[in-house]
Design a protein around this ligand. Structure first.
Ligand code: DP6
Length: 338
């Protein structure tokens, strides 16, 4: 039986995907820019079954045990398997096993790494070799737009298409901005809440245009995107950090003012944001960002990492700190889960 295993990382957005032109087709309103991570990964094996065989989807434990995936989770995966079969013109069933190195649905983009790993493992099991653009588009069609960025390493933009310009499938993939070794940046993640979030990103995208600030942010984005591209190119941490914080606050401002409103923050979130401002005042370069959750990602240069870890670990609301960093993207593995 043909099988393939892939380990794919999550990513953290500097400029956020929040709101879509077409949610069904996963075409975002605005371009987003992210950094692909290293340690927060999904590890996925895909094994081909007989033609017409029923798909089997398992969650893999660290001890090698397999349990059937809950129906809601299996349903999303199966819908994606249908898409991948249609793309490859194949009819075989698939047996899938997957596990994450970090808590799912906790403001760390588990769908991004999960669907990037699934897409890659299945195309490898089929023996296909799509281009990076095709792969990114396939991952995007999973419904997790951020997965389209996780198939690439380093610093990534998705899509490379200005706001308001027509966006067809042809241009809807992610593109590399710079490889991981261009700039060694760290992401110290403060885990404040590890359970699933109350409102999915999908609902957040749906509600975003109901916020009075949604349109206003779009007017600020062309300049903000350019600032982040330039800061990455020139390795300018101060400009990057300032812009990344503006973006994170705007995402949550829009979420909080959507109808009905979405509050992702927990009390500990504010404590961490304050700690990062204090660190900066003490001369330690660091900047906060958040996805759709309560956890805070602290982006910093290597020279700040130990101080950031020490400060965040001392906060009682922080259950755990994950030290992550920019990385080269997904990799094939022989460590099969099936
Ligand atoms: C706030 O629709 O890609 O993380 O499938 O849950 O990963 P998931 O969400 P998706 O939206 C991502 C929203 C965001 C910002 C971002 O990553 O750009």
């Amino acid at each position: 039986m043909s099988k393939a295993t892939v380990i794919a990382p999550s990513n953290i957005a500097f400029i956020k995907y929040w709101g879509a032109r077409d949610l069904e087709r996963v075409l975002p309103t605005n371009p987003s820019i992210s950094m692909t991570l290293t340690r927060c990964v999904s590890h996925t094996t895909a094994e081909l079954l007989d033609e017409g065989g029923a798909d089997e989807i398992f969650l893999a434990g660290d001890d090698g045990t397999l349990t059937s995936a809950p129906a809601s989770f299996a349903h999303r995966i199966q819908a994606h398997l249908e898409r991948l079969r249609a793309w490859a013109g194949r009819r075989e069933g698939l047996r899938i096993a997957t596990r994450n190195s970090f808590p799912a649905s906790a403001g760390i983009a588990s769908s991004a790494s999960g669907f990037a790993a699934l897409t890659l493992a299945v195309v490898r099991a089929f023996g296909e070799t799509p281009t990076p653009a095709e792969l990114s588009n396939l991952a995007r069609r999973s419904g997790s737009g951020s997965a389209s960025r996780s198939v690439l390493g380093g610093f990534v933009e998705w899509p490379a298409r200005p706001i308001g310009e027509e966006l067809t499938e042809e241009h809807a993939h992610a593109v590399p901005l710079a490889p991981a070794d261009h700039w060694d940046l760290r992401d110290v993640i403060a885990l404040i809440e590890t359970g699933p979030k109350d409102v999915s990103s999908l609902d957040g995208h749906r509600r975003a245009p109901t916020s009075p600030y949604f349109e206003h942010r779009l007017t600020l984005l062309p300049e903000r995107l350019e600032r982040v591209r330039t800061a990455i190119r020139e390795r300018d941490f101060d400009t990057l950090g300032e812009t990344v914080e503006e973006e994170a606050i705007d995402l949550h401002l829009i979420a909080m003012s959507s109808k009905p409103p979405i509050f992702y923050w927990a009390p500990g979130t504010l404590t961490v944001l304050e700690a990062v401002r204090e660190l900066r005042a003490e001369g330690v370069p660091a900047a906060s960002t958040l996805d759709a959750g309560a956890n805070v990602h602290v982006i910093c240069p290597p020279s700040s990492e130990a101080r950031v870890v020490e400060r965040l670990t001392a906060i009682p609301a922080v259950h755990r700190v994950i030290r992550d960093r920019v990385g080269p993207g997904p990799a094939d593995s022989e460590d099969h889960l099936l």
